[in-house]
Design a protein around this ligand. Sequence first.
Ligand code: NDP
Ligand code: MG
Length: 396
Amino acid sequence: MSHLQQITVLGATGSIGLSTLDVIARHPERYQVFALSGFTRLLELEALCLRFRPRFAVVPTSAAAVALQGALHSGGVSTRVLVGEAGLCEVAGHPEVDAVMAAIVGAAGLKPTLAAVEAGKKVLLANKEALVMSGALFMQAVRKSGAVLLPIDSEHNAIFQCLPGDYARGLSQVGVRRILLTASGGPFRQTPLEQLREVTPEQACAHPNWSMGRKISVDSASMMNKGLELIEACWLFDAKPEQIEILIHPQSVIHSLVDYVDGSVLAQLGNPDMRTPISHALAWPERIDSGVAPLDLFAVARLDFQAPDESRFPCLRLARAAAEAGGSAPALLNAANEVAVQAFLQGQIRFPQIADMIDEVLNIAPVVVVESLAAVFAADTQAREIAEQWLQRHAR
Ligand code: NDP
Ligand code: MG
């Protein structure tokens, strides 16, 4: 390794951010933390800055910056604290940065992630919403800058590992028949349908296999996460929606599979721990220790598969429709989902109403061709407005 790689972690205080820092801390001879960002968990951010001593930290407001700067100064750490989206974009595209972990949740991560892409960085993409919203523009920016885009989402990381190195020639060119995208089915896979009206945010966030942030946990419970991942996979691997089959695999040991024309099916397996895809992407094309225990297949004992039921998981149907519609439809879907998940987490709507709200937005907002980031944000804003109006009519 010629030099210590400088890493920016956007969303450092979150689940993916902390797992990333856990991996980085295992390899001080390879990686140095260049910048960290937080949003609400600013005491945690302060502790991370005292531990990792980054060049920069980013917080949402000037007041928070003054407070953090003061605390770090007293702690003898010379980290410079920057503010807001401009600060996030600065540390994402900074000339001294080698790799950026994009782990902000939701649409808020789009501009900083794009800043890393446009600066030609190695971009470790956890923030799937950014790619879902702006797919074509995002991938154009990757091609233009020569950024190296590596998927962190465990399924996409698995697919990446099961594809040949030259898959960008086209899936059919490299003999791929289908991508098999696995899903755990979440905590409500077997809940009687009539009880879904009564489930609580705490139940939705209690994922059987993965420990994650609250937004993606609700997305996993509704399977909108798999819908977003379907769209994510279409962009990452230049696949059509019909080339991707979703299968429920409750053990979350196989992280996804690639089916080739000769009948070979390649899968990537591992314990459900995000430090595996994070380590894979950080070190790619090398391999490093992640701290994840070796997979014990005797303890796993069996691997089950079943087809997803769209009457239980209507979000899957909505996401597939948005993927097929293209244009601004995925941005509308994503924004409506963000409002719906927030409303559910705040107790304003019941779990099945998440899909109702998104359905309403997709029925009302026109799907337009997207040729600029402004058009993406216009769709995002319009979807949020329609969703808020729906919420005013239906909130409990
Ligand atoms: P968390 O909620 O745990 O973390 C989100 C991070 O984003 C936190 O650092 C949070 O700051 C920050 N943040 C939230 N809102 C904003 C905002 N408006 N502006 C700037 N920063 C903000 O989420 P996860 O780590 O679980 O997920 C992060 C991303 O990774 C998501 O896109 C998710 O879909 C994806 N992902 C996550 C997986 C997982 O296992 N967790 C698996 C696959 C993908 P703070 O905490 O200080 O408020
Ligand atoms: Mg995933």
